[in-house]
Design a protein around this ligand. Structure first.
Ligand SMILES: NC(=O)c1ccc[n+]([C@@H]2O[C@H](COP(=O)([O-])OP(=O)(O)OC[C@H]3O[C@@H](n4cnc5c(N)ncnc54)[C@H](O)[C@@H]3O)[C@@H](O)[C@H]2O)c1
Length: 361
């Protein structure tokens, strides 16, 4: 299966299938006949996929850089260490960086590709469900700063995205479920057919990791993202903001609980519940479609929270993020199954009520 992200001369394919990782070198030798390659991965993946990486190294002129695992290491230091491997290996402007990993590796390696010799090609090989449906597509690359997530980065589109769903076989259950939240998110913004598709297949995908269904489900989600990125690459026209469905709440919850306690996808799952509650309060959702939303939102097991936060504290976390100004918020809310809109100037009190309902339902 193949999708094109249409961006003129910078258009690129997303190739998707099960068991296609071994075929990547052949594709790269065709696309970049005389290039050297730099692989960025992390300690967990290099241990799990030693034979695959060895095979890639046999078939390509490959220099390997292994970074530590975890969001904690999504730093300027980790980004800089990549150059300490690639500069002595004499990677040049025609070289290509391959990112093998989840969103953390993808973001750091993508930022290294954006900046190495003022920008070289990057191939994203996502290995988590979140990275397959979200972070590997769209060209947002970044590292964190102690003051906040993704504060240092660049837009740098990949040249190729190679999605092999077989990587998901080794992904821990909790990471898989968290990634499912980002997958299901597309139901709220990808049109009524996708909404029905996920309402129907969501529970099976979540509980059984259905190998036969996964490529198709990821293909549908990645197609929505590819279309949004093509129309609003750098988030200047408003449409890309729709990809943040549930995320205003999610970011505040992550901040409140402390990064690392709640996985990003778990926070998104709770954030989507709050967004639907807000849609109800603003009467943005037609009454007769409410049961469809209930079905969709009950697909997921509720992430376990030590305690349910006071909504006022979540608003405080949003305020710190500058998402609240003069007592109102701009926030993505559902408008009909498969469609969401950015609602401007939502009163803080209404958001508080939505948080209370979303976290307690
Ligand atoms: N660039 C974007 O557009 C964008 C979008 C969303 C999220 N992000 C970023 O993505 C990051 C989160 O990504 P994530 O959820 O993939 O987390 P992650 O990259 O930390 O991966 C989660 C864990 O799973 C392990 N792992 C990865 N693939 C595996 C596999 N196949 N088998 C076994 N273990 C595996 C990783 O080593 C890690 O321990 C955040 O930093 C977030 O900011 C970026």
């Amino acid at each position: 299966m193949e999708i094109t992200v249409t961006l003129g001369a910078r258009s690129y394919p997303i190739v998707l299938g099960s068991g296609i990782a071994a075929a990547l070198p052949a594709r790269l030798r065709t696309d970049f006949p005389n290039s050297m390659f730099g692989l960025v991965t992390n300690t967990t993946l290099s241990a799990l996929y030693t034979p695959l990486i060895a095979r890639w190294a046999d078939e390509l002129d490959l220099t390997i850089h292994c970074m530590p695992d975890g969001e904690l290491y999504k730093t300027v230091e980790t980004w800089s260490a990549i150059f300490d491997t690639f500069i002595p290996a004499k990677l040049e402007r025609s070289s290509v960086i391959i990112a093998l990993g989840g969103g953390v590796v993808g973001d750091v390696a993508g930022f290294a590709a954006a900046t190495y010799m003022r920008g070289i090609a990057c191939v994203q090989v996502p290995t988590t469900l979140l990275a397959m449906v979200d972070s590997s597509v769209g060209g947002k690359t970044a590292v964190d700063h102690p003051a906040g997530k993704n504060l240092i980065g660049a837009f740098h589109q990949p040249t190729l995205v190679w999605i092999d769903t077989a990587f998901l076989d080794t992904l821990p259950e909790r990471e898989y479920a968290a990634g499912c939240a980002e997958l299901i998110k597309y139901a709220f913004i990808g049109g009524p057919e996708l909404f029905d598709y996920f309402a129907h297949h969501g529970p099976t995908l979540l509980t059984h990791r259905r190998k036969d269904l996964l490529p198709d489900a990821i293909f549908r989600a990645a197609s929505v993202k590819a279309g949004v990125v093509a129309r609003d690459e750098t988030e200047t026209r408003g449409e890309r903001a729709l990809l943040n469905f549930g995320h205003t709440f999610a970011h505040a919850l992550e901040k409140y609980f402390g990064f690392g306690k709640l996985l990003h996808g778990e926070a998104v799952w709770l954030g989507m519940r709050c967004a639907v509650e807000l849609g109800k309060l603003l009467t943005a959702i037609p009454e007769e479609t409410l049961p469809h939303y209930e079905t969709m939102l009950h697909i997921f097991p509720r992430p376990e929270l030590d305690m349910v936060p006071d909504p006022a504290d979540i608003i405080e976390a949003m305020r710190f993020d500058k998402k609240v100004s003069a007592g109102t918020l701009n926030i993505v809310v559902p408008a009909a199954p498969g469609f969401s809109i950015v609602k401007q100037g939502v009163p803080e009190e209404t958001v508080k009520a939505a948080i209370a309902a979303g976290l307690n339902s």
